[in-house]
Design a protein around this ligand. Structure first.
Ligand code: UD1
Ligand code: CA
Length: 454
C-alpha cells in the first residue's frame, strides 16, 4: 500500500504519567511505546510516517531519528489540532491517511492492515476502529444512531450519564481520505469540557455533510488498549511479555516459568534453549541454540552463541561464543569478548577484555582491560591491577600461561606464552615466554616461637 500515509500523535505531555519523560518514550516490552506503533504502521504497509511531536519533542525526535518524519505542535490544543499540523506536509495528498496515537503499544501490523483494507472496501471518507472495553473509563464513547451507524464520539469528560454507560470506545485509530480530513478539521471547534480541538469531531462533521463514515469493531479490545497512567503501562507491559513468551515457546524455546521470564520484544532465542526463572533478556540480545540460561540472570544487548550455560549472571554489551560456561555469580561488563569454551566461575568480573579459547577463570577474579590468550589458567583470586588512580592500562597474558592463585598482575604488564606465575605474586615486570616468575617475600620459620611467647 504505497499511497498509505500514517500520522502518529505524540505531542501530549501525558500528564497522568507524572513524568518528565514524554509519555510515548516510556518503554513497554523494552521498547518505546511510539516505536511499537511505528513498527506496526510499517508492517501494515505505511509508505510514509509522520509523527506529531510537542512536549519533549527533541527527545522524541532523537529517540526515533531516521524512523519517521516529524512535525511540531507547539501548543497541545487537542488531537484535532495535532493532526492539522501535518497539513503543510500533506498538501495535494489524495490518498488514505491512517491516524494513530503514540500511546497504544499493543497494536499489531496485522490488525492495522485489515482495518485499512476494510476502510478501502467500504468506500467511506472516514473509518474509526472501535472496541468494547470491560472498563471504558477515560475513553471516548461511540454513540450509534438508531440505524446502527456511528452518530458521533463523545469524550468521557463531555459524556452524559447515559453515554458513560456505553462500553464501545473509540480506539483512537482512524482512516481518512486526506482531502476530506483536512477540510473537516478546519471546522472543528473547541467548545467542550477540555477546551480542546477534538479529532473525533471530524466524524460528526463529515456525517453532517452527507459523507459516508464507517466503523470497524475490533475482535478483541486488547490491541487497542491505550496507556495514560503507570498502571495502564504495567498492564500493557504484561501483555507484551506474555505475547513474546508465547512466541518463543512456539519457536522451540523452553521457559521453565513464563510468569517470571522477562524477554524484550526484539530479543532472539535459538531452539532448545532452556530459560530458568528470574531471567531478563533485554534490548538486542541474541541467544543461540541449546543454551541453559538462568535462573536469576540478566543479559542486556549480549550476543551469545550456542550451548552456553549461564547461572546467576549479569552480562551487558558483550559477546559470548559457543560452549562458554558462566557462573554462578558472574559479571561480564561491556566490550568483553569470550571465545569458545571459556569457563568463568564463581564470583568473577570481566571488563573490556578478550579471553581466548578454552581459557579458565574459575574463581574470585577481576580481569579488566586485558588480552588473555587461549588455554590459560588464571588461578583463584587473580587480579589485574589496571588503574593507577589516573589512567587505565592493559594486561596481556600469552597462550597456555598458568597464573598461580592470589596473584596481582600490575598493568601495563605482559605474561609470555606458557609462562608461570607463582601463587601470591605481585607481577610488575614482563615475564618472558616459558619463564616462572615468583614475586613474594621469602618465608622464614622461627623455631619454638610459640613456646617462647607463652
Ligand atoms: C483519545 C480520544 C478518545 C479515545 C482515546 C483512545 C480525543 C479527543 N480523544 O483520548 O476518544 O478513546 O484517545 O486511546 O482524540 N496528542 C497530541 N496533541 C494534543 C493532544 C494529544 O499529539 O494536543 C496526542 C497524545 O500525545 C496521545 C494522543 O494524541 O498520543 C491521544 O491523546 P490523549 O490525551 O492520550 O487522548 P485520550 O484522552 O486518551
Ligand atoms: Ca490516550
Amino acid at each position: 500500500m504505497a499511497d498509505l500515509t500514517t500520522i502518529i500523535l505524540a505531542a501530549g505531555k501525558g500528564t497522568r504519567m507524572k513524568s518528565s519523560l514524554p509519555k510515548v518514550l516510556h518503554k513497554a516490552g523494552g521498547k518505546a511505546m511510539l516505536a511499537h506503533v511505528l513498527d506496526a504502521a510499517k508492517e501494515a504497509g505505511a509508505g510514509r510516517s509522520i509523527v506529531v511531536v510537542g512536549f519533549g519533542g527533541a527527545a522524541v525526535e532523537e529517540a526515533l531519528a531516521g524512523e519517521a518524519e516529524f512535525v511540531t505542535q507547539a501548543e497541545q490544543l487537542g488531537t484535532g489540532h495535532a493532526v492539522l499540523q501535518t497539513e503543510p506536509l500533506l498538501r495535494g495528498e489524495k490518498g488514505t491517511v491512517l491516524v494513530l496515537c503514540g500511546d497504544t503499544p499493543l497494536l499489531t501490523g496485522t490488525l492495522l492492515k485489515k482495518f485499512v483494507e476494510e476502510h478501502a472496501a467500504a468506500g467511506a471518507k472516514a473509518t474509526v476502529l472501535t472496541a468494547v472495553m470491560p472498563d471504558a473509563t477515560g475513553y471516548g464513547r461511540v454513540i450509534r444512531a438508531a440505524d446502527g451507524t456511528v452518530a458521533k464520539i463523545v469524550e468521557h469528560k463531555d459524556a452524559t450519564k447515559e453515554e458513560l454507560g456505553v462500553r464501545e470506545i473509540n480506539s483512537g485509530i482512524y482512516c481518512f481520505s486526506a482531502p476530506d480530513l483536512f477540510a473537516a478539521l478546519h471546522e472543528v471547534g473547541n467548545d467542550n469540557a477540555q477546551g480542546e480541538y477534538y479529532l473525533p469531531d471530524v466524524l460528526e462533521i463529515l456525517k453532517q455533510k452527507g459523507e459516508k463514515i464507517f466503523a470497524v469493531a475490533a475482535d478483541s479490545y486488547e490491541e487497542t488498549l491505550g496507556v495514560n497512567s503507570r498502571a495502564q503501562l504495567a498492564a500493557s507491559e504484561k501483555i507484551l511479555r506474555r505475547r513474546k513468551n508465547e512466541a518463543l515457546m512456539a519457536e522451540g524455546v523452553t521457559l521453565m516459568d513464563p510468569e517470571t521470564t522477562y524477554v524484550d520484544v526484539d530479543v532472539v532465542v535459538g531452539r532448545d534453549t532452556v530459560i530458568y526463572p528470574g531471567t531478563w533478556l533485554e534490548g538486542r540480545t541474541v541467544i543461540g541454540e541449546g543454551c541453559e540460561i538462568g535462573p536469576n540472570s540478566r543479559f542486556q544487548n549480549v550476543k551469545i552463541g550456542a550451548h552456553v550455560t549461564a547461572h546467576f549472571c549479569y552480562a551487558h554489551e558483550c559477546e559470548i561464543a559457543d560452549g562458554v560456561t558462566l557462573g554462578p555469580y558472574v559479571h561480564i561488563r561491556p566490550d568483553t569478548k569470550l571465545a569458545a569454551g571459556v569457563k568463568i566461575g564463581n564470583f568473577v568480573e570481566v571488563k573490556n577484555s578478550m579471553v581466548g579459547e578454552g581459557t579458565k577463570l574459575p574463581h574470585l577474579s577481576y580481569i579488566g582491560d586485558s588480552d588473555i590468550g587461549a588455554g590459560v589458567n588464571m588461578g583463584c583470586g587473580t587480579i589485574t591491577v589496571n588503574y593507577d588512580g589516573k589512567k587505565k592500562f592493559r594486561t596481556t597474558v600469552g597462550d597456555g600461561a598458568f597464573v598461580g592463585c592470589n596473584s596481582n598482575l600490575v598493568a601495563p604488564v605482559r605474561v609470555g606464552d606458557n609462562a608461570y606465575v607463582g601463587a601470591g605474586s605481585t607481577i610488575t615486570k614482563d615475564i618472558p615466554e616459558g619463564d616462572l616468575a615468583i614475586a613474594r617475600a621469602h618465608q622464614k620459620n622461627i623455631t619454638g616461637w610459640a613456646d617462647k611467647r607463652r
